[in-house]
Ligand binder design. Structure first.
Ligand SMILES: Nc1ncnc2c1ncn2[C@@H]1O[C@H](COP(=O)(O)OP(=O)(O)OP(=O)(O)O)[C@@H](O)[C@H]1O
Ligand SMILES: O=P(O)(O)OC[C@H]1O[C@H](OP(=O)(O)OP(=O)(O)O)[C@H](O)[C@@H]1O
Ligand SMILES: [Mg+2]
Length: 280
């Protein structure tokens, strides 16, 4: 049975379970549940702290897991990133009281508070900067006001936590993170392939819609240039002479613009429908 780690709380937890449900897996119904067996799909899910997931997968106890790229890199675990999952996006950045630090040159000799000391130490070594790293468990934004640090390095998404603390980002982006699927060496490849393909199916179903329209046969090449699909669009004859029906996958983000352009070209009965699942 495939063993998969899922964040039990925090920013990635709900989105990870939602994605797994969309991929057809049974998920826990109560946030206090620590494990969930899905016998029909041959998977056992372990709900663990997102920070610990890379370690469990890297040590070979679990086959795969969902966690943040920043947490994977911070852990120094030997698990590898197998798939980007498109949620939990954030940047990892330095921040300070405005005017006290404006660029990378201002880091030398500073006390830098962070929960991601692995990421920060590696970055400082790469940049050849000597500074003191103060490892805190969380809420690092308050550490400057309380006098234990001069600078922080933390996850920034909307930036509202920083603004509330009267801080401002500066310097280079340390890393860009998002939720990722991680795997270990030596896991059952064929079972993992099915799991990976299911998650990829969710990503495609979220990113694309199915578009159908009717168009005069002589315009079909122009129309297909607007809706090339992933492989190749389906073109079927219509009972109405001189017209064809086209069916193609279109990126959700561009769908309305593509519909406008198809309409202007003479297409009619242009419909989009959600894709619930797919295997490409
Ligand atoms: N506001 C946010 N928006 C998007 N992703 C976030 C946000 N905060 C955290 N993350 C991402 O979620 C992951 C871990 O955050 P989470 O808060 O769940 O764990 P943690 O901070 O280690 O645990 P805790 O806060 O419970 O001590 C990281 O990959 C991080 O990039
Ligand atoms: O840019 P924002 O949208 O404001 O999000 C960033 C905040 O979210 C995370 O905090 P979390 O809630 O995980 O608390 P923690 O600092 O205690 O981990 C992160 O550590 C930042 O504080
Ligand atoms: Mg957190």
């Amino acid at each position: 049975m495939l063993k998969i780690a899922v964040p039990n709380k925090g920013a990635l937890s709900e989105a990870a379970s939602t994605m797994l449900r969309e991929a057809g897996y049974a998920q826990r119904s109560d946030s206090k549940q620590l494990t969930k067996i899905d016998p029909d799909n041959g998977v056992e899910f372990f709900y663990l702290r997102p920070r610990d997931i890379a370690l469990y997968v890297g040590e070979g106890t679990l086959d795969a897991g969902i966690t943040g790229r920043d947490l994977l890199l911070d852990s120094h675990a030997t698990a590898t990133e197998a798939l980007q999952l498109g949620f939990g996006r954030s940047k990892f950045r330095f921040a300070a009281v405005p005017g006290t630090a404006t660029g990378m040159g201002d880091l030398a000799g500073k006390r830098i508070a962070t929960s991601y000391d692995g990421v920060v130490r590696r970055f400082l070594t790469e940049q050849d900067v000597e500074a003191t790293v103060v490892r805190l468990d969380g809420a690092v934004e308050t550490s400057i006001q309380l006098g234990v640090a001069d600078v922080i390095a933390d996850v920034v998404e909307t930036g509202s936590t920083l603004r509330n603390a009267g801080l401002e980002v500066f310097g280079d982006v340390i890393l860009e993170s998002e939720a990722v699927m991680i795997t270990r060496q030596g896991a059952d490849e064929s079972a993992l392939e099915v799991f990976t393909r299911r998650l990829q199916g969710v990503l495609v179903a979220r990113a694309y819609v199915m578009m159908d329209y009717d168009i005069r046969a002589e315009k079909v090449e122009k129309a297909i240039a607007l809706t090339p699909g992933i492989e190749s669009p389906t073109v079927s004859p219509l009972h109405r002479e001189g017209w064809v029906a086209v069916r193609s996958m279109v990126q959700r983000a561009t769908a309305q613009r593509v519909m406008d352009e198809l309409f202007a070209l003479g297409a009619r009965a242009i419909l989009t429908t959600d894709i619930h699942a797919c295997r490409l």
